[in-house]
Design a protein around this ligand. Structure first.
Ligand code: SF4
Length: 279
C-alpha cells in the first residue's frame, strides 16, 4: 500500500489548474499552427494568428488564456494500492482547485443555478473517479468553458439509425452551434453506454491528443470522416468563414443496451485547456 498525503494532492492540483489556464497543450498549439499555415482565407488566417498570439501572451505574462477560466472537471484513476493519509481524495482535489483558482487569479465561474449567485471559489470540482489496479494516482484536469459546454448535447438514437444517424446528428450539432463555441473546436463523441456514460465518455474523449489516431481502424475512419465533413461546413475560426471549423474529432465507444444507441457530443473550444499528473 502506498500513502499519499493530502498536501501532495492539493499542491499538484493547484499547479495543474494554473498551468492549464496559462499554457495550451503542445498538440493544440501545433494544430492551430498547421491550420493557420493551411488557411487561404485572410480572415481565417488572421484569427488563427491572433489565437496563437493570445496563447503566447498567456504563457509569457501568466494571464489566463481566456476570461472564462471554466469549471474544474477532473478524471481520476485511483490505484487500488493507494491510501490518502489525512483526508478524502475528493476533499483534496477540491481544495487544490480552489487554491489554484485563487493563487492564479483565475475567474470563478460556479454559481447557484437559480439565484445565479457566484459560489466565490469555483467549487465544487466536478470529479469522475475510476478505481484501477496499481499504486499510482492519475489526475486529468480540464478547465471547461461555458460557451462550448452549452453547445453540447446528449441524444438517445434508435439502434436502426446506426452510424448514418450518429453522423447526421454530430454534423448538425456543430453546424447549429456555429460561432458560439469559439471555433475551431474539438468534438468529443460518446457512442454507446447509457445516458450518463455517453456524456462522460464524450468529455473523456477530449483528453486525447489532437493528432492521435484511434486504435480501432473503423472508429478512426469515422473520426476522419466526421472531421472532413465538419470542416466542409465553412464556419471557420470564430465563425468568420474558412476551412478550419474543427481541429479534431475524438470518439469513445462503450457497449449499450439492445434497445438503445446513446450518443453524446461534447464540444470543446479552441482554448482546449487540460493537463494531467501522475502521483
Ligand atoms: S468557449 Fe472557450 S474560448 Fe470561448 S469564451 Fe468560453 S472558454 Fe473562452
Amino acid at each position: 500500500m502506498r500513502t499519499l498525503t493530502k498536501a501532495t494532492i492539493v499542491d499538484a492540483v493547484s499547479a495543474m489548474c494554473i498551468d492549464a489556464n496559462q499554457n495550451l497543450p503542445a498538440d493544440v498549439l501545433a494544430a492551430l499552427q498547421q491550420a493557420k499555415d493551411r488557411e487561404t482565407a485572410p480572415a481565417a488566417k488572421e484569427i488563427l494568428r491572433q489565437l496563437l498570439e493570445n496563447a503566447e501572451l498567456a504563457k509569457t505574462t501568466g494571464l489566463p488564456l481566456c476570461q472564462d477560466c471554466g469549471l474544474g472537471v477532473f478524471f481520476v484513476e485511483l490505484g487500488e494500492d493507494v491510501h490518502i493519509a489525512d483526508g478524502s481524495l475528493r476533499e483534496a482535489i477540491n481544495a487544490g482547485m480552489v487554491q489554484g483558482y485563487k493563487d492564479g487569479f483565475l475567474r470563478k465561474s460556479t454559481c447557484d443555478p437559480f439565484t445565479r449567485k457566484n459560489v466565490g471559489d469555483n467549487s465544487p470540482a466536478i470529479i469522475h473517479f475510476d478505481i484501477v489496479p496499481g499504486d499510482t494516482l492519475k489526475i486529468c484536469m480540464m478547465a471547461k468553458g461555458g460557451g462550448s459546454e452549452n453547445m453540447s448535447r446528449v441524444m438517445m438514437l434508435t439502434p436502426a439509425q446506426g452510424f448514418p444517424g450518429i453522423r447526421e446528428f454530430v454534423i448538425r450539432r456543430v453546424a447549429e452551434a456555429g460561432s458560439n463555441p469559439c471555433p475551431p473546436v474539438l468534438v468529443g463523441v460518446g457512442i454507446g453506454g447509457n445516458f450518463e456514460l455517453a456524456a462522460i465518455n464524450s468529455k473523456k474523449a477530449l483528453m486525447r491528443a489532437v493528432d492521435d489516431t484511434h486504435p480501432d481502424p473503423a472508429v478512426a475512419a469515422m473520426e476522419a470522416d466526421l472531421l472532413t465533413s465538419i470542416n466542409r461546413l465553412g464556419i471557420g475560426p470564430m465563425g468568420l468563414g474558412g476551412a478550419t471549423t474543427c481541429l479534431g474529432v475524438k470518439i469513445k465507444v462503450a457497449p449499450c443496451h439492445l434497445a438503445s444507441l446513446p450518443l453524446a457530443v461534447n464540444i470543446q473550444c479552441h482554448s482546449a485547456r487540460h493537463k494531467e499528473v501522475i502521483l
